[in-house]
Design a protein around this ligand. Structure first.
Ligand SMILES: [Zn+2]
Length: 375
């Protein structure tokens, strides 16, 4: 079995799911994506679940959706999670804890259920929003944020993540903001968020000055900095999540000392491959897309491998919520990378030894090197 480090993944929902809840987790759009009378099982991902996941629940491949969900509720959430996470055979999980925490397993719970270790990826915006809820002046924000970030790094974060693509767009000003600019922006944010009553900060951080201040603080840590790119939930406006919008930022940070990791990228995986090709510190994955494009996943992986240097691509599942996705990501990647590279070998353009080496680079060795991990 190909060894894998899943360098971008989330937790699994801990409770039992009804049909609507299950189907909502089959779409990045959530419940709103499924019109009445229709089903998210009628999608590439829905078909992939019936094809590949049924046997993990002791059903025949292509089991009907109703039969699948009935079997799921017979087994219960804990058993389903245990089965899929173990069947994924992932050597190490890097868990993004910033999305819907409290509804999904923590990294420790994911590790316990899967039998493999997990480390945390810390979201910059989540740290800033936690700091803001403490209540402070705009001038006090930067010091408080930098202390909180240093604590998160010291407590073992394997990397950091920016969701600027969700909150503003990747077309942010690439320069590092100055202290006065940061204090003014923080003052506006904290004041608006606290509201007239002076209550706790509720609002999400969307200010572009602060978002890029967080990004620069992230780079200062030297840890790998992940960026959400491309396909995501409806908050991400796709035209502003194209990673090529980061070009000027990548040019000024090329020698800052921190790797930049472009997550997901689809349908801009070719743009991401170009950036990984020309900038020394840029890495990319097509995780998430591979699960969602189902029967077309080997084709998308092959496209991502057109320009991305083989030492720059990483494996991820981007699984969230359903343990099926943790399993499908891993099993699907193993099938696809084998299929794609064996075609190159059969065509006489790659050697078998090189194909085997590239599979290990993408499967785990690149992640181990970039995040300084050992298995
Ligand atoms: Zn994700």
């Amino acid at each position: 079995v190909v060894t894998l480090i899943d360098h971008h993944v989330h937790g699994v929902v801990t409770g039992d799911l009804d049909r609507a809840e299950f189907e909502a987790l089959l779409s990045e759009g959530g419940a709103a994506a499924v019109p009445a009378g229709a089903s998210m099982f009628d999608s590439q991902l829905g078909f992939a679940v019936r094809r590949w996941c049924a046997s993990v629940l002791d059903l025949e491949p292509f089991a009907a959706a109703d039969e699948y969900l009935t079997r799921r509720s017979e087994l219960g959430a804990a058993e389903i999670t245990r089965r899929f996470l173990r069947a994924a055979e992932v050597g190490l999980w890097l868990v993004d804890t910033g999305y819907r925490p409290g509804q999904v397993t923590t990294p420790d719970e994911l590790a316990a259920a899967s039998g493999g270790p997990a480390r945390e990826i810390v979201r910059l915006e989540a740290v800033a929003e936690r700091v803001a809820r403490l209540g402070m002046s705009g001038r006090g924000f930067a010091a408080a944020f930098e202390t909180a970030l240093a604590e998160a790094v010291a407590s073992g974060a394997a990397g950091l993540k920016s969701i600027a693509a969700y909150r503003f767009g990747l077309d942010f000003d690439p320069s590092r903001p100055g202290p006065r600019e940061i204090a003014e922006a923080a003052g506006r944010w904290l004041h608006a968020a606290a509201g007239a009553r002076g209550g706790p900060v509720q609002s999400r951080l969307t200010d572009p000055v602060l978002l890029r201040y967080l990004i620069w603080c992230g780079l200062d840590t030297g840890l790998p900095l992940q960026f959400h790119c491309g396909f995501g939930d409806p908050d991400a406006r796709l035209h502003r999540a194209d990673p090529s919008l980061l070009h000027d930022f990548l040019a000024v940070t090329a020698y800052a000392g921190a790797p930049v990791v472009l997550l997901h990228c689809y349908p801009f995986h070719r743009q991401a491959g170009y950036l990984a090709n020309v900038f020394p510190h840029v890495y990319a994955d097509v995780g998430e897309a591979l699960n969602h494009v189902g029967a077309r996943s080997a084709a998308v992986l092959a496209e991502a491998l057109e320009l991305t240097p083989f030492h720059k691509m990483l494996y991820s599942s981007d699984a969230f919520g359903l343990p099926e996705l943790h399993y499908l990501g891993a099993a699907g990647f193993r099938r696809d990378i084998e299929k794609v590279t064996s075609t190159f070998v059969a065509d006489g353009v790659w050697s078998e030894a090189d194909a085997a080496r590239v599979i290990d680079l993408i499967g785990w060795q690149n992640a181990a090197r970039v995040y300084q991990l050992s298995l």
